[in-house]
Design a protein around this ligand. Structure first.
Ligand code: NAP
Length: 310
């Protein structure tokens, strides 16, 4: 007989683990499947300077370890396992991890978002061989090297600034002639003498052999004139934003045109009663750790009310 949990939480970033803290304190004994990136995106970042309560900043992985410990203290069962399939057609809802089936009266989805890629075959081929989507994970390998950062938002600025701790030269490649990043992050990047910018430029090919030296150059197209040129570099870091990890719920829950899970306004309720979504999987506007944590709290409170009403 499969035991029926009161709530299963899928995903373990700030949203999922905050939901676990609140659900644990409500005595719901949440079962948390942490997924492929336990702790979420903050585990691949270094200094988090904007999470309230840490006047001197906090390291992302340390912050998420604290979230997890706090959830466990209130009885959350957190597991380093990944959910491969769900069946929300009737309650109790079913969640599958490999061939193992779990059941729950309610679900909180907090699977977050992942870094976007340009979509080039050569990018996939050279990923890990000169191409990366995480400066904080890989910058160390580029000591004294020349690297490019793609994008014009806060992520690109943050990656570029971080990379200057290791690389000799960092060039931001942006497809337009203005950044969309916040002023403070632009100023920080642009005032760094190791950083320069290639405006109106798109990478259309990445050149190199993963079995030899890895990435050696990129082919760049001028987005105004259409001119094409080759640029030698040792690394390319993608900082072009994120996409929601919602493939598991496609055809099951209503998703918006970008793939984010749709929730009712001022609520975390999805299109299926008893299934809630919190954090970056349903928020493409704010996407902050603190807003994700806030919506995780909302989801747990809504689960508690939903279960009481049944
Ligand atoms: P974003 O704001 O969506 O910016 C993505 C950037 O990548 C844009 O400049 C975009 O160009 C470019 N881009 C997108 N697709 C591209 C493609 N296929 N080829 C070339 N360029 C492409 O994403 P983000 O920078 O990840 O920021 C997302 C949110 O997180 C924002 O709200 C941001 O404030 C927040 N954030 C905050 C921090 C922080 O405070 N420490 C750090 C990171 C992110 P266009 O401008 O031409 O569209």
């Amino acid at each position: 007989m499969i035991e029926i949990s009161k709530v299963i939480i899928i995903g373990s970033g700030p949203a999922g683990l905050t939901a676990a803290i609140y659900a644990g304190r409500a005595n719901l004994k949440p079962l948390v499947f942490e997924g492929v990136q336990p702790g979420g995106q903050l585990t691949i970042t270094t200094d988090v300077e904007n999470y309230p309560g840490f006047p001197d900043g906090v390291m992302g992985p340390d912050l998420m370890d604290s979230f997890r410990k706090q959830a466990q203290r209130f009885g959350a069962d957190t597991r380093f396992e990944n959910v491969d399939k769900v069946d929300f057609s009737r309650s109790p809802f079913k969640v599958f991890v490999g061939d193992k089936e779990y059941k729950a009266l309610s679900i909180i989805i907090s699977t977050g978002a992942s870094a976007k890629l340009l979509g080039l075959d050569s990018e996939t081929r050279l990923m890990g061989h000169g191409v990366s989507a995480c400066a904080t994970c890989d910058a160390f390998f580029y000591k004294g090297k020349k690297v490019l950062v793609v994008g014009g938002g806060d992520s690109a600025m943050e990656e570029a600034s971080y990379l200057t701790k290791f690389a000799e030269k960092v060039t931001i490649v942006h497809r337009r002639d203005t950044f969309r990043a916040s002023k403070i992050m632009q100023d920080r990047a642009l005032s760094n003498e190791k950083i320069d910018v290639m405006w109106n430029s798109s990478i259309i090919e990445m050149n190199g052999d993963p079995s030899k030296n890895g990435l050696e150059s990129v082919t760049i197209k001028d987005t105004i004139t259409g001119d094409i040129r080759e640029h030698k570099c040792d690394g390319v870091f993608l900082g072009i934003g994120h996409e929601p990890n919602s493939q598991l719920f496609s055809g099951i829950l209503k998703l918006d045109s970008s793939g984010y899970v749709v929730t009712k306004s001022d609520s975390t309720q999805t299109t299926i009663e008893g299934v809630f979504a919190a954090g970056d999987i349903q928020d493409h506007v704010f996407r902050q750790a603190v807003t994700a944590a806030g919506s995780g709290c909302m989801a747990a409170i809504e689960v508690e009310r939903y279960l009481e009403s049944k």
